[in-house]
Write a protein that binds this ligand. Structure first.
Ligand code: G3P
Ligand code: CA
Length: 292
Protein backbone atom coordinates (compact mmCIF):
# COMPACT_ATOMS: atom_id res chain seq x y z
CA UNK A 1 0.00 0.00 0.00
CA UNK A 2 2.76 2.39 1.04
CA UNK A 3 4.70 1.52 -2.15
CA UNK A 4 1.74 2.11 -4.41
CA UNK A 5 1.13 5.49 -2.73
CA UNK A 6 4.75 6.46 -3.40
CA UNK A 7 4.48 5.31 -7.03
CA UNK A 8 1.23 7.30 -7.50
CA UNK A 9 2.86 10.39 -6.02
CA UNK A 10 5.86 10.05 -8.35
CA UNK A 11 3.61 9.62 -11.40
CA UNK A 12 1.62 12.74 -10.43
CA UNK A 13 4.84 14.73 -9.95
CA UNK A 14 6.06 13.61 -13.38
CA UNK A 15 2.73 14.58 -14.97
CA UNK A 16 2.80 18.10 -13.49
CA UNK A 17 6.47 18.55 -14.43
CA UNK A 18 5.73 17.65 -18.04
CA UNK A 19 2.69 20.00 -18.10
CA UNK A 20 4.87 22.84 -16.88
CA UNK A 21 7.39 22.16 -19.62
CA UNK A 22 4.70 22.31 -22.27
CA UNK A 23 3.19 25.46 -20.80
CA UNK A 24 6.44 27.30 -21.49
CA UNK A 25 6.49 26.24 -25.14
CA UNK A 26 6.61 27.21 -27.87
CA UNK A 27 8.62 30.35 -27.32
CA UNK A 28 7.24 31.68 -30.62
CA UNK A 29 4.64 30.82 -33.16
CA UNK A 30 6.15 30.74 -36.63
CA UNK A 31 4.03 32.21 -39.42
CA UNK A 32 6.51 33.13 -42.13
CA UNK A 33 7.32 32.67 -45.79
CA UNK A 34 10.46 31.28 -47.41
CA UNK A 35 13.40 33.49 -46.46
CA UNK A 36 16.76 34.13 -48.08
CA UNK A 37 19.66 34.45 -45.67
CA UNK A 38 22.83 35.84 -47.23
CA UNK A 39 25.45 33.50 -45.77
CA UNK A 40 28.41 35.64 -44.54
CA UNK A 41 26.96 38.30 -46.88
CA UNK A 42 26.78 37.53 -50.61
CA UNK A 43 29.96 35.54 -50.04
CA UNK A 44 29.90 33.83 -53.43
CA UNK A 45 30.60 37.20 -55.04
CA UNK A 46 32.71 39.13 -52.53
CA UNK A 47 35.02 38.34 -49.60
CA UNK A 48 32.92 36.87 -46.78
CA UNK A 49 32.05 39.06 -43.80
CA UNK A 50 33.18 42.32 -45.41
CA UNK A 51 31.06 45.39 -46.05
CA UNK A 52 31.27 44.61 -49.79
CA UNK A 53 29.69 41.19 -49.20
CA UNK A 54 26.95 42.71 -47.04
CA UNK A 55 26.28 45.55 -49.52
CA UNK A 56 25.85 43.01 -52.32
CA UNK A 57 23.55 40.93 -50.12
CA UNK A 58 21.36 43.94 -49.44
CA UNK A 59 21.24 44.99 -53.12
CA UNK A 60 20.34 41.42 -54.13
CA UNK A 61 17.23 41.64 -51.95
CA UNK A 62 18.26 39.08 -49.33
CA UNK A 63 15.85 39.01 -46.39
CA UNK A 64 18.66 38.68 -43.82
CA UNK A 65 22.39 39.27 -43.75
CA UNK A 66 24.16 36.53 -41.83
CA UNK A 67 26.99 37.49 -39.49
CA UNK A 68 29.27 35.10 -37.58
CA UNK A 69 30.73 36.61 -34.41
CA UNK A 70 34.13 36.25 -32.79
CA UNK A 71 35.40 38.31 -29.85
CA UNK A 72 38.80 40.02 -29.81
CA UNK A 73 41.24 40.00 -26.89
CA UNK A 74 39.96 43.45 -25.89
CA UNK A 75 36.32 42.36 -25.95
CA UNK A 76 35.12 43.71 -29.32
CA UNK A 77 32.66 41.73 -31.43
CA UNK A 78 33.86 41.25 -34.99
CA UNK A 79 32.40 39.58 -38.08
CA UNK A 80 34.54 36.50 -38.63
CA UNK A 81 33.72 32.85 -39.20
CA UNK A 82 36.89 31.02 -38.16
CA UNK A 83 38.62 31.10 -34.79
CA UNK A 84 41.79 32.07 -36.67
CA UNK A 85 42.30 34.86 -39.16
CA UNK A 86 44.50 32.75 -41.46
CA UNK A 87 41.98 31.62 -44.09
CA UNK A 88 40.37 34.99 -44.80
CA UNK A 89 43.15 37.53 -44.19
CA UNK A 90 46.87 38.07 -44.72
CA UNK A 91 47.43 37.52 -40.99
CA UNK A 92 47.84 34.53 -38.76
CA UNK A 93 46.62 33.41 -35.35
CA UNK A 94 43.57 33.33 -33.13
CA UNK A 95 41.30 36.39 -33.26
CA UNK A 96 40.65 36.03 -29.53
CA UNK A 97 44.38 36.61 -28.89
CA UNK A 98 44.48 39.81 -30.98
CA UNK A 99 43.36 43.35 -30.18
CA UNK A 100 40.89 45.16 -32.39
CA UNK A 101 43.75 47.39 -33.59
CA UNK A 102 45.65 44.30 -34.73
CA UNK A 103 42.53 42.89 -36.40
CA UNK A 104 41.91 46.18 -38.20
CA UNK A 105 45.42 46.14 -39.70
CA UNK A 106 44.62 42.94 -41.64
CA UNK A 107 43.67 42.71 -45.32
CA UNK A 108 40.44 40.68 -45.43
CA UNK A 109 39.86 40.89 -49.19
CA UNK A 110 42.92 40.02 -51.29
CA UNK A 111 42.65 36.29 -50.57
CA UNK A 112 39.27 36.31 -52.33
CA UNK A 113 40.67 37.94 -55.49
CA UNK A 114 43.41 35.32 -55.67
CA UNK A 115 41.02 32.40 -55.20
CA UNK A 116 38.20 33.79 -57.36
CA UNK A 117 39.74 35.59 -60.35
CA UNK A 118 36.38 35.61 -62.16
CA UNK A 119 34.81 37.71 -59.36
CA UNK A 120 37.93 39.67 -58.35
CA UNK A 121 37.61 43.43 -57.84
CA UNK A 122 40.39 45.92 -57.06
CA UNK A 123 38.10 47.40 -54.39
CA UNK A 124 38.24 44.14 -52.44
CA UNK A 125 41.95 44.59 -51.71
CA UNK A 126 42.65 45.79 -48.18
CA UNK A 127 39.06 45.46 -46.98
CA UNK A 128 38.84 45.39 -43.19
CA UNK A 129 37.19 42.91 -40.89
CA UNK A 130 34.17 44.90 -39.67
CA UNK A 131 33.04 45.13 -36.08
CA UNK A 132 29.41 44.35 -35.35
CA UNK A 133 28.97 47.95 -34.31
CA UNK A 134 30.26 49.21 -37.67
CA UNK A 135 27.74 46.97 -39.41
CA UNK A 136 24.92 48.38 -37.28
CA UNK A 137 26.18 51.91 -37.98
CA UNK A 138 26.10 51.24 -41.73
CA UNK A 139 22.67 49.61 -42.03
CA UNK A 140 20.83 50.51 -38.82
CA UNK A 141 17.28 49.21 -38.94
CA UNK A 142 17.11 49.19 -42.76
CA UNK A 143 18.06 45.50 -42.98
CA UNK A 144 17.38 42.28 -41.07
CA UNK A 145 20.22 40.58 -39.21
CA UNK A 146 20.79 36.85 -38.63
CA UNK A 147 23.67 36.73 -36.15
CA UNK A 148 25.56 33.69 -34.89
CA UNK A 149 27.41 33.46 -31.58
CA UNK A 150 30.45 31.34 -32.44
CA UNK A 151 31.23 30.82 -28.75
CA UNK A 152 29.72 31.50 -25.36
CA UNK A 153 30.58 34.64 -23.39
CA UNK A 154 29.58 37.24 -25.96
CA UNK A 155 25.86 37.36 -25.19
CA UNK A 156 25.78 40.44 -22.91
CA UNK A 157 27.81 42.53 -25.31
CA UNK A 158 25.65 41.44 -28.25
CA UNK A 159 22.35 42.20 -26.53
CA UNK A 160 23.65 45.60 -25.35
CA UNK A 161 24.63 46.53 -28.91
CA UNK A 162 21.28 45.37 -30.29
CA UNK A 163 19.55 47.56 -27.69
CA UNK A 164 21.84 50.54 -28.32
CA UNK A 165 21.05 50.47 -32.05
CA UNK A 166 17.31 49.84 -31.48
CA UNK A 167 17.47 46.55 -33.38
CA UNK A 168 15.75 44.67 -30.58
CA UNK A 169 12.08 45.44 -30.52
CA UNK A 170 11.84 46.15 -34.25
CA UNK A 171 9.60 43.48 -35.77
CA UNK A 172 11.70 40.63 -37.25
CA UNK A 173 14.86 42.77 -37.44
CA UNK A 174 17.06 40.17 -35.82
CA UNK A 175 17.29 36.42 -35.44
CA UNK A 176 20.09 34.97 -33.33
CA UNK A 177 21.58 31.53 -33.95
CA UNK A 178 24.18 29.26 -32.39
CA UNK A 179 25.46 25.70 -32.30
CA UNK A 180 25.74 26.26 -28.53
CA UNK A 181 22.43 25.77 -26.71
CA UNK A 182 24.04 27.33 -23.62
CA UNK A 183 24.55 30.57 -25.54
CA UNK A 184 20.98 30.59 -26.86
CA UNK A 185 19.50 29.84 -23.44
CA UNK A 186 21.45 32.74 -21.95
CA UNK A 187 20.14 35.06 -24.69
CA UNK A 188 16.63 33.77 -24.05
CA UNK A 189 16.99 34.80 -20.41
CA UNK A 190 18.46 38.21 -21.27
CA UNK A 191 16.06 39.09 -24.09
CA UNK A 192 13.20 36.60 -24.42
CA UNK A 193 11.63 38.49 -27.35
CA UNK A 194 14.35 37.56 -29.85
CA UNK A 195 13.69 34.56 -32.12
CA UNK A 196 16.46 31.99 -31.74
CA UNK A 197 17.65 29.29 -34.11
CA UNK A 198 19.40 26.22 -32.75
CA UNK A 199 22.05 25.08 -35.22
CA UNK A 200 22.93 21.41 -35.54
CA UNK A 201 26.10 19.80 -36.71
CA UNK A 202 25.90 17.10 -39.33
CA UNK A 203 25.87 14.10 -36.98
CA UNK A 204 23.81 15.54 -34.11
CA UNK A 205 21.09 16.42 -36.55
CA UNK A 206 20.58 12.85 -37.69
CA UNK A 207 19.72 11.82 -34.13
CA UNK A 208 17.00 14.41 -33.55
CA UNK A 209 14.50 12.92 -31.09
CA UNK A 210 11.04 14.01 -30.02
CA UNK A 211 12.46 14.65 -26.55
CA UNK A 212 15.06 17.00 -27.99
CA UNK A 213 12.46 18.83 -30.08
CA UNK A 214 10.35 19.34 -26.94
CA UNK A 215 13.29 20.84 -25.11
CA UNK A 216 14.01 23.11 -28.10
CA UNK A 217 10.45 24.44 -28.10
CA UNK A 218 11.16 26.08 -24.76
CA UNK A 219 13.68 28.58 -26.11
CA UNK A 220 13.98 28.31 -29.89
CA UNK A 221 11.87 29.46 -32.81
CA UNK A 222 13.53 27.07 -35.17
CA UNK A 223 16.37 24.86 -36.33
CA UNK A 224 19.31 25.60 -38.61
CA UNK A 225 20.10 22.28 -40.26
CA UNK A 226 22.51 20.90 -42.80
CA UNK A 227 20.78 20.58 -46.18
CA UNK A 228 22.41 17.22 -46.90
CA UNK A 229 20.88 15.59 -43.83
CA UNK A 230 17.27 16.72 -44.18
CA UNK A 231 14.17 15.29 -45.83
CA UNK A 232 10.45 16.10 -45.87
CA UNK A 233 9.80 13.99 -42.80
CA UNK A 234 12.42 15.82 -40.74
CA UNK A 235 10.96 19.19 -41.65
CA UNK A 236 7.40 18.06 -40.95
CA UNK A 237 8.45 16.79 -37.54
CA UNK A 238 10.11 20.11 -36.65
CA UNK A 239 7.02 22.01 -37.86
CA UNK A 240 4.78 19.84 -35.71
CA UNK A 241 6.73 21.23 -32.73
CA UNK A 242 6.25 24.80 -33.97
CA UNK A 243 9.85 25.08 -35.14
CA UNK A 244 10.94 26.69 -38.41
CA UNK A 245 13.69 24.99 -40.44
CA UNK A 246 16.42 26.95 -42.23
CA UNK A 247 18.93 24.94 -44.26
CA UNK A 248 22.61 25.59 -44.83
CA UNK A 249 24.41 26.09 -47.14
CA UNK A 250 22.25 25.93 -50.26
CA UNK A 251 24.00 27.30 -53.33
CA UNK A 252 22.78 25.65 -56.53
CA UNK A 253 19.45 26.20 -58.30
CA UNK A 254 18.72 22.49 -57.96
CA UNK A 255 19.37 22.48 -54.21
CA UNK A 256 17.30 25.64 -53.70
CA UNK A 257 14.41 24.01 -55.55
CA UNK A 258 14.75 20.87 -53.43
CA UNK A 259 14.74 22.93 -50.21
CA UNK A 260 11.50 24.58 -51.30
CA UNK A 261 9.91 21.25 -52.24
CA UNK A 262 10.88 19.68 -48.91
CA UNK A 263 8.99 22.45 -47.11
CA UNK A 264 11.97 24.32 -45.61
CA UNK A 265 11.29 27.83 -44.35
CA UNK A 266 14.42 29.37 -45.81
CA UNK A 267 18.02 28.86 -46.80
CA UNK A 268 21.44 30.21 -45.98
CA UNK A 269 23.10 30.85 -49.33
CA UNK A 270 26.27 32.44 -50.70
CA UNK A 271 24.22 33.46 -53.77
CA UNK A 272 21.10 35.23 -52.48
CA UNK A 273 20.18 36.47 -55.97
CA UNK A 274 19.57 32.86 -57.07
CA UNK A 275 16.84 32.43 -54.46
CA UNK A 276 15.32 35.86 -55.07
CA UNK A 277 15.14 35.08 -58.81
CA UNK A 278 12.67 32.35 -57.99
CA UNK A 279 10.15 34.89 -56.71
CA UNK A 280 9.19 32.70 -53.80
CA UNK A 281 6.61 34.04 -51.42
CA UNK A 282 8.89 36.15 -49.27
CA UNK A 283 7.67 39.23 -47.50
CA UNK A 284 11.08 40.34 -46.35
CA UNK A 285 11.39 38.38 -43.15
CA UNK A 286 9.89 35.85 -40.83
CA UNK A 287 7.04 36.88 -38.66
CA UNK A 288 7.15 35.56 -35.14
CA UNK A 289 4.20 36.00 -32.83
CA UNK A 290 4.73 35.75 -29.10
CA UNK A 291 2.45 33.06 -27.65
CA UNK A 292 -0.92 34.29 -26.36
O1 G3P B 1 24.80 29.70 -39.50
C1 G3P B 1 24.37 28.76 -40.42
C2 G3P B 1 25.58 28.25 -41.05
O2 G3P B 1 26.26 29.39 -41.42
C3 G3P B 1 26.38 27.45 -40.06
O3 G3P B 1 27.55 27.11 -40.59
O4 G3P B 1 29.93 27.18 -40.36
O5 G3P B 1 28.83 28.59 -42.09
O6 G3P B 1 28.67 29.22 -39.69
P1 G3P B 1 28.81 28.09 -40.69
CA1 CA C 1 27.09 30.97 -39.64
Amino acid sequence: MRNSLIISFCLLALFFASCQGRGAAPAFVFTGDFVTIAHRGASGHAPEHTMSAYDLAVSSGADYIEIDLQMTKDGELIALHDLEVDRTTNGSGRASLMTLKEIKALDAGSWFNKQNPQSAEPSYEDLEIPTLEEIFQRYGTTVNYYIETKSTGMENKLINLLREYSIIGSDSKVILQSFYSKSLKKIHRLAPGIPLIQLYRYKEQAKMTTRELRSLEKYAAGIGANFDMVDEEYIKKAHSHGLAVHLFTVNTDKAIQRAVEMGADGVFTDYPEKVKRKNLLSKGGLKFKQPE
